[in-house]
Design a protein around this ligand. Structure first.
Ligand SMILES: Nc1ncnc2c1ncn2[C@@H]1O[C@H](COP(=O)(O)OP(=O)(O)OP(=O)(O)O)[C@@H](O)[C@H]1O
Ligand code: SF4
Ligand SMILES: [Mg+2]
Length: 374
């Protein structure tokens, strides 16, 4: 969007940010590290789509809740416009809630079955004082419904159970639209919908970005959805960020063995290929592997076909890898690769020797600057 200023470049604090966030549930030996030193940045402009993917228990929802002000981190900071989200004043909190909107997996749980759909809009308009009179209110609601391709007579005056799952999810997006947020945090927002309706929802999010400048953090365990949505991707494994980059690039040429494994688990539309694919074992939800004692090593070592002794002894930092990607894997460390016994198969062909800083997706980078990344 040419008329937008890259505010991150101008030195303003990013819109939304996780800085080295660690979130631990429980205590002692049984503690679960749900997020382990996770960093990400969403700038105000240009808007971007960021997919957060990973198997069940990888910490996606914990990250989303942290950014929504619902889960205070154990260490590190979640920031909105440079301020700690968990220390906002009353007025700031209202502005934050308006700018950062959530869309969850099961909108039915959010609706009160005894009230008509209209109430979702009425309450929002009242709470945020969006309209002066009845006519303005009606106008706003109709505009919001139109933005998500719903006809007002098909929705207004109905009860939640009279709408389909896809319609209910679109009503939630229309509610978000009313507030003209800067970011939508969508946690498994399409996982309960069938394939055709999924595409409708994702197209709305793409339109929101292109036409209204709204960014989306799209949390999903469905890599094909992340591919469809495009934008950037952040792959999580056992609470850690293991790979970042553009969705297309990461999926076409993954640089972390875990991402490779995730991609192998996508069902192929070709039945012949489907049967010939390698069977991929799902991540075992063994909490003992997600405790503090295992944090000083690669958490993928048990399942990694390229595992080396160093992988059991040190936590791999993020390395520049592939085309604009970053991967937390020693296979990208030239020095390590010189010292270790060579693994059976190497990945990638040209390892980089320079570890980068913490896993960070800067959504404000312009395509030109993106192209000059290491
Ligand atoms: N409130 C909580 N109390 C204790 N443990 C929790 C809590 N919330 C999350 N966890 C644990 O933290 C880890 C990460 O959970 P999280 O819900 O963030 O994963 P996820 O990637 O969203 O998984 P899914 O794909 O199944 O939704 C899991 O091991 C989970 O059991
Ligand atoms: S650091 Fe080692 S165990 Fe971890 S993904 Fe890379 S090669 Fe595999
Ligand atoms: Mg989740």
């Amino acid at each position: 969007m040419s008329n937008q200023i890259d505010r991150a470049a101008s030195g303003e604090p990013p819109l939304l940010e996780m800085r080295n966030v660690t979130t631990v549930f429980g205590s002692g030996e049984a503690a679960t590290v749900a997020n382990d030193d996770v960093s990400l940045t969403v700038a105000e402009s240009p808007p971007r789509l960021l997919n957060i993917v990973g198997e069940s228990g990888s910490g996606k929802t914990t990250a989303a809740r942290t950014l929504l002000g619902l889960q205070k981190p154990t260490a590190g900071q979640a920031r909105w416009r440079g301020k700690d989200i968990y220390k906002l004043g009353r007025g700031e909190k209202i502005a934050f809630r308006r700018e950062v909107q959530a869309v969850f997996q099961d909108p039915y749980g959010i609706y009160n079955p005894y009230y008509k759909i209209n109430r979702v809009f009425d309450l929002t308009i009242k709470k945020f004082k969006l309209a002066k009179g009845k006519a303005e209110k009606q106008e706003l609601i109709e505009e919001a419904l139109k933005a998500v391709n719903l006809r007002p007579p098909d929705v207004l005056g109905r009860y939640p159970h009279q709408l389909s799952g896809g319609e209910r999810q679109r009503v939630m997006l229309a509610r978000a639209y009313l507030l003209k947020p800067k970011v939508i945090v969508a946690d498994e927002a399409i996982s309960m919908l069938d394939v055709a309706v999924r595409a409708v929802i994702m197209n709305i999010l793409i339109d929101f970005k292109d036409q209204l400048g709204i960014s989306t953090l799209f949390i999903t365990h469905d890599l094909s959805a992340a591919y469809y949505l495009g934008g950037d991707i952040m792959v999580m494994q056992r609470g850690r960020v293991v790979e970042t980059g553009s969705s297309a690039q990461v999926m076409d040429d993954p640089q972390h063995p875990y991402t490779k494994l995730l991609l192998q688990s996508i069902p192929s539309p070709d039945p012949d290929e489907r049967w010939s694919r390698e069977e991929v074992a799902p991540e075992e939800l063994d909490k003992s592997l997600q405790t503090r004692t295992t944090r000083r090593r690669c958490l993928f070592a048990e399942r990694c076909p390229y595992v080396m002794p160093v992988c059991w002894e040190q936590r791999p930092p993020m390395y520049a890898a592939g085309k604009g990607q970053h991967a937390a894997c020693f296979l990208h460390d030239a020095k390590v690769m010189e010292n270790e016994a060579q693994p059976a198969t190497q990945l990638p062909a040209q390892p980089s020797a320079v570890p980068t800083a913490q896993p960070t997706i800067v959504l404000a980078t312009s395509p030109e600057r993106e192209a000059t990344r290491p």
